[in-house]
Design a protein around this ligand. Sequence first.
Ligand code: MN
Length: 207
Amino acid sequence: MAYELAPLPYDYSALEPFIDTETMHLHHDKHHQAYINNVNAALANHPALAALSVDDLLRDLNKIPDDIRTTVRNNGGGHSNHTAFWNLMGPAGSHGIGGAPTGAIAAQIQADFGDFEAFKKAFNDTAAKQFGSGWGWLVFQNGKLRVMSTANQDSPLSQGLYPILGNDVWEHAYYLKYQNRRPEYLAAWWNVVNWAEVNKRFAVAKG
Ligand code: MN
């Protein structure tokens, strides 16, 4: 069963002015679709692998045949990462979107980082320093939250870690509006973070 692109859970303009409408069209309809097309093509002759969820594929890359492993890592990673990313955002000012964290993740952030400002700084610094294309992540490891980054479309799932929160720092995610000003994009992005979804993913990460 080939993977399919789900529609955005909100309008293309819903993240304005922090993420612009044109970026959302290109990012979702073109970039995410391309990752899906590429991973589907790679798995076309591997029905047993294609039957797995994309997250399960990424959890054990060693089970992917050599000749398609890099394609699956990059494009399956792209599919998984972007699926999480769309759902981790929502219209600024809506209930539970932007502003301070809520629920269990708020308490864990306070315990592990001191306060929300310190957490945002740690996350943004890590994402800003990722050289070239990649992602900034929040994961839960050994009972603590940790910020990390990966290159390309590498998923924390391939390191045995479940991504709780992730921000895309490929230039395609921000260049039309922010050009080379990645830190400005990183700072603005917190206005559209969906804390209910973060809490849902935190519950999964805790197991
Ligand atoms: Mn992207």
